[in-house]
Write a protein that binds this ligand. Structure first.
Ligand code: C2E
Ligand code: MG
Ligand code: MG
Ligand code: MG
Length: 282
């Protein structure tokens, strides 16, 4: 119930809503102290092409809580976005990605086909994103061409003009773009060609559906055809079995990622994985 306070101000008291607000504030305080305690880091999930070559990795943030264990990004990214803390988390992920590049060495840094993908939130497009990204890259002596920025369809559709101009600026600097979770965001297909995008990532729900229906594969084929016609490359995400690998390898895509190939790994494990993989498998 609203109580009139005077002027146009109303005060609402709703215990359920209050609970949500308290919980959000609590998570916000925990994120702040977790940043100070270095509990956040990036994990890396490898991406492979049809020949089994490593073509990159996606950086995924992880919160290692001393009592609660690993906390999923789904629980803290929305709070981080609303509170502005996302900028600090983004910096951690980019820093870890740059450090990983340094450890992988010039063979990967100079490989134009190898990119690290960074997830970017909508709210970051309302800031001087290119400046904060470039500052970190320059401090590591790395180039934007080594990175792909992942954005979602729904994020593109809101505030379209601003997003396109931000993307164009970032592309001028040399960054590439992928549309993440493609097919789930109800984007209008008529706008798709107007975004300066390089790659579509087929959402894992579509990869999942290939297993149980003929129609499922038809949808994946249609997405691949759409991407190819627009000049975008394609990555399949959420690959969980050999049958999916085989189906996808028979198609014109750049590569794939998923638990079947590797789970996201901490930087040390990722480097071990790469070394072992390149010496044993390739
Ligand atoms: P996303 O960008 O679509 O990332 C893919 C998610 O699928 C990751 O979940 C990954 O661990 C998971 N995944 C990978 N392979 C498989 C598979 O074979 N099967 C299944 N079932 N899942 C698979 P994660 O790491 O929990 O991240 C969830 C979401 O949180 C991400 O979805 C992304 O939207 C967001 N996120 C993660 N890191 C960041 C970040 O640094 N910044 C921002 N803004 N968002 C992030
Ligand atoms: Mg992603
Ligand atoms: Mg995705
Ligand atoms: Mg997602």
């Amino acid at each position: 119930r609203a109580k009139k306070l005077g002027g146009n101000q109303y005060s609402f008291y709703d215990p359920a809503l209050q609970h949500i607000i308290d919980e959000r504030l609590q998570i916000e305080r925990e994120i702040i102290s977790a940043i100070k305690e270095n509990q956040f880091s990036a994990y890396f999930q490898p991406q492979l092409d049809r020949n089994g070559h490593i073509i990159g990795a996606e950086a995924l943030i992880r919160w290692k809580h001393p009592e609660k264990g690993l906390i999923s990004p789904f629980h803290f990214i929305p709070v981080a976005e609303q509170s502005g803390l996302i900028h600090q988390l983004q910096h951690i992920v980019l820093r870890d990605a740059c450090q990983l590049f340094k450890r992988l060495g010039s063979r990967y840094i100079n490989d134009k086909q190898f990119t690290l993908a960074i997830n970017v939130s909508a709210c970051q497009f309302r800031t001087e994103l290119h400046q904060s990204l470039l500052k970190t890259l320059v401090s590591f002596g790395l180039s934007p061409a080594n990175f792909k920025l992942e954005i979602t369809e729904s994020m593109l559709m809101n505030d379209r003009e601003n997003n396109i101009s931000q993307m164009e600026q970032l592309k001028l600097e040399g960054f590439q773009f992928s549309i993440d979770d493609f097919g789930t965001g109800y984007s209008s297909l008529s706008y798709l060609h107007s975004f300066p995008v390089d790659e579509l990532k087929i959402d894992r729900s579509f990869i999942d559906n290939m297993d149980d229906s003929k129609g499922g594969t038809a949808i994946v084929d249609t997405i691949i055809a759409l991407a190819n016609n627009l000049g975008f490359t394609v990555i399949a995400e959420g690959v969980e079995n050999q049958k999916q690998v085989d189906t996808l390898n028979a198609r014109n895509i750049r590569g794939m990622q998923g638990f079947f190939l590797s789970h996201p790994l901490p930087a040390d494990d990722f480097i071990h994985w790469v070394n072992r993989y390149t010496s044993e498998v390739l």
